[in-house]
Ligand binder design. Structure first.
Ligand code: PGA
Length: 219
């Protein structure tokens, strides 16, 4: 059986390296005996090199550029991430599309660059049509903007109808996920995992989400 992905998107949090390490260690300890879940912490770049992954807890970035190296001030390449031991990268998050004007074309280039060095891209979309031209080997995250950070999650029925239109095998749901609603998206809507923002900033709540999904998926 494929493992269920539970991916934390820490966004631009926390403020210090000490807090990032502390939260990461709480999560690592809290989920050390899980069997059915692959957990990933997508942290700001500045903390990535200092987080120590385990067998069940990996690290990921929240963006990358489409070239390996060169004169691209401020950018971070997938090859640099790979060389740091990073296994995953979130691409095309709606906040980057909105505040940084990222387009589907840019996200496609970033996705191909990540795949070419063996990093698994987690491509965020609101509609299945945004996946035109994308490889089948990516992880997709369906994240309706109205549900992101609002405490108003998408209904399981609506999420299920979008899930059905996406051809990739691994599709995550994201948007106001917490430990009470997490498993419904997997059991009832057929998602292969979850992308968790706000609730992942409380390490104990993130542990609850992972443990709940791990436990429920046993049966
Ligand atoms: P949220 O964020 O869980 O706070 O809604 C999800 C995301 O933006 O990936």
């Amino acid at each position: 059986m494929n493992k269920i992905y539970i991916i934390a998107n820490w966004k631009m949090n926390p403020l210090t390296l000490a807090e990032a390490k502390r939260n990461f260690e709480i999560i690592k300890k809290g989920i050390r005996n899980i069997k059915n879940v692959k957990a990933v912490i997508c942290s700001p770049f500045v903390f990535l090199g200092a987080l120590r992954p385990s067998e069940v807890l990996s690290v990921g970035g929240q963006d990358c550029f489409w070239q390996d190296k060169g004169a691209f001030t401020g950018e971070v390449s997938p090859r640099q991430l790979k060389n740091l031991g990073v296994e995953y990268v979130i691409l095309g998050h709606s906040e980057r599309r909105r505040y940084l004007a990222e387009t589907d074309e840019m996200i496609l280039k970033k996705t191909e660059a990540a795949l070419s060095v063996g990093i698994k891209p987690i491509v965020c979309v609101e509609k299945s049509s945004q996946l035109k031209g994308f490889s089948k080997n990516i992880i997709v995250a369906y994240e309706p903007v109205f549900a992101i950070g609002t405490g108003k999650p998408c209904t399981v029925e609506k999420a299920k109808s979008v899930r059905k239109k996406i051809k990739q095998q691994s599709v995550l749901y994201g948007g106001s996920v917490n430990s009470s609603n997490a498993y419904g998206y997997i059991r009832e809507a057929g998602f292969q995992g979850l992308l968790v923002g706000s609730a992942s900033l409380d390490p104990n709540e993130f542990v609850r989400i992972v443990r709940e999904v791990d436990f429920s998926s046993k049966t």
